[in-house]
Design a protein around this ligand. Structure first.
Ligand code: ADP
Ligand code: 5GP
Length: 201
């Protein structure tokens, strides 16, 4: 299953996803392509594939992206390669913006959409400032975009309010676990159980 996680920049998506990946076996992260500069703590190929605008444009024109968008003046996109390679091996989580989530909704038959919000606007502002990765201008732009994004939250299936981190993590984990338990997602395992029942004298 593909899990699309969106929400205003600074609400805690990366923190939640990073923690979840270490706690939930069988879940992988879809690494996006971006033209934005790498932050000091980021690793190419782990956090993003950092590419030039020219390379991004080339890939866009070649139809290499499932979805792409301009976010805070930079290009971001999810490549089909990433989806095909990792999607075959289990559950995949995408950390993308609302514009991207809408494109995925149109293009993929099956995906689960999760919106993450901070408990309040001042808390979002505080988190962006404390993260110390963006200039005051970049923070102002992210806050402006947050107001627009939050108005579109209702297109999503689930809402996670990231106040207390552990609670939000439990909620996100529960969303994924409950989808794994859907009858139609467990046909293979159920067949095994059935086989045992049928073969027992
Ligand atoms: P996003 O990926 O949505 O842009 P981050 O995961 O980078 O957001 O989080 C932004 C900042 O907020 C980081 O400094 C992170 O440590 C902090 N943060 C994330 N979740 C919480 C939380 N539940 N409570 C307090 N701070 C948080
Ligand atoms: P950041 O620069 O803080 O890592 O991410 C900024 C925003 O870009 C976040 O809202 C994040 O979800 C979004 N984003 C990251 N990767 C992608 C992507 O591949 N596609 C789209 N549409 N948005 C992305």
């Amino acid at each position: 299953m593909i899990y699309v996680v969106s929400g205003p920049s600074g609400c805690g998506k990366s923190t939640l996803i990073k923690n979840l990946l270490s706690r939930l076996p069988g879940l992988q992260f879809s690494v996006s392509h971006t033209t934005r500069p790498r932050r000091p703590n980021e690793i190419n190929g782990r956090d993003y594939y950092f590419v030039s605008r020219e390379k991004f444009q080339e890939m866009k024109e070649a139809g290499a992206f499932l979805e792409w968008a301009v976010v805070h003046n930079e290009f971001y996109g999810t490549s089909w390669d990433e989806i095909k390679q990792k999607g075959n091996r289990g559950d995949l989580v995408l950390d993308i913006d609302v514009q991207g989530a809408k494109q995925v909704k149109k293009k993929l038959e099956k995906a689960v959409f999760v919106f993450v919000v901070p408990p309040s606007y001042p808390e979002l502002e505080k988190r962006l400032r404390q993260r110390k990765t963006d200039s005051p201008e970049a923070i102002a732009l992210r806050l402006k975009n947050a107001r627009r994004e939050i108005m579109e939250a209702e297109i999503f299936d689930y809402l996670v309010i990231n106040g207390e981190l552990e609670k939000a993590l439990d909620e996100l984990k529960s969303i994924i676990l409950s989808h794994r338990c859907l009858f139609k997602e467990r046909q293979k395992e159920f067949k095994e159980v059935l086989r045992s029942f049928k073969s027992w004298p």
